[in-house]
Ligand binder design. Structure first.
Ligand code: ADE
Length: 306
């Protein structure tokens, strides 16, 4: 019997066909160029021979994952991705494995990282920054409504698809919360220096609002091309974060300034978008977002400057 209940010659008898999906295998795909490389995985463009469909195939070496004790991280990524079905997140279509490797079939985000785009353009204009900030807000609203925190939100983890819509990826360090996640809770994970929240540095605690801090850093970076908290080493960056020490360039848009200041609040409960500050409704009402059609964000064309 094959996996989906088809008769085989050796068995010589027929069993009822099972409504079970056939697991895909490496041989079902033609592998093309490498799209990205991480510490624990390689993402390769792969075309499924039968359907002609393209996937970003994340390939993980089992031995390496086990040696580096990353099994829980990989399981978490699969679990979280399988719960996400939203236009602003990379989608997980299937997984399979062979003796040496694990394979995650993801949607292809062909247009690179937000970080590369910021570097390419130097910085984003106001219209572009507004458009992509709104997409990230909409994505976070969905993620947080599922009681999931990303914990490592940064422009390297925000990719673009062919329509130049964001595709948030990298859920290896995400956390599924048992409750609303408004109260900070213990976290052994510390994200990337420039985007890490003060509560994580001070109390080793993270909450949904920690993603809003990262959002504040990303909006600043889109509009200036710089990190808000910058210093020659991580220790000094952390010092600036815990003291919320950053400056705006002269002639900075006042609405953008107000939005960033409202997100970069030391107290997570005081951040715009947190449930204690009116939640996402209040965040979306901020004057920076004037003109944004929140219902239709995923169907709108990206600004021309992109
Ligand atoms: N690099 C990492 N993940 C990717 C994806 N889903 N699409 C394109 N490149 C990627």
């Amino acid at each position: 019997m094959t996996e989906n209940g088809v008769k085989t010659e050796e068995q010589g008898h027929i069993e009822a066909a099972q409504p079970k999906r056939i697991k895909k295998k490496r041989g079902d795909f033609r592998f093309g160029p490498t799209l990205g490389e991480g510490s624990y995985s390689t993402v390769i463009l792969a075309r499924e021979i039968e359907s002609g469909r393209e996937y970003a195939m994340k390939v993980l070496e089992k031995r390496h994952i086990m040696r580096e004790k990353k099994v829980p991280q990989v399981e978490r990524e699969k679990q979280v991705l399988s719960r996400l079905d939203h236009p602003f997140f990379v989608r997980l279509y299937f997984t399979f494995q062979d003796t040496e490797r694990l394979y995650f079939g993801l949607s292809v985000a062909r247009k690179g990282e937000l970080l590369s785009k910021i570097k390419q353009l130097g910085k984003f204009d106001l219209e572009c920054s507004r458009f992509y900030t709104a997409q990230i807000v909409s994505a976070l609203q969905h993620l947080h409504s599922l009681n999931i925190i990303h914990r490592d939100l940064k422009p390297e983890n925000i990719l673009f698809n062919d329509k130049m819509q964001i595709q948030i990826t990298d859920f290896g360090t995400a956390k599924e919360l048992k409750d609303s996640g408004d109260e900070p809770r213990s976290s052994s994970f510390v994200g990337t220096a420039q985007y890490v929240s003060p509560e994580l540095l001070k109390d080793k605690k993270a909450c949904k609002s920690s993603d809003l801090w990262a959002l504040g850093c990303i909006v600043y970076q889109m509009l200036t091309g710089q990190f808000p908290f910058k210093a020659p080493n991580e220790y000094l960056i952390f010092q600036q974060i815990v003291n919320c020490k950053y400056e705006f360039p002269e002639d900075f848009d006042p609405n953008a300034r107000d939005l960033i200041s409202s997100l970069l609040q030391l107290d997570p409960m005081m951040r715009l978008g947190s449930s204690s500050c009116g939640g996402y409704e209040k965040l979306m009402e901020h004057p920076f977002f004037t003109g944004i059609d929140w219902e239709n964000l995923a169907n709108q064309a990206a600004p021309k400057t992109m």
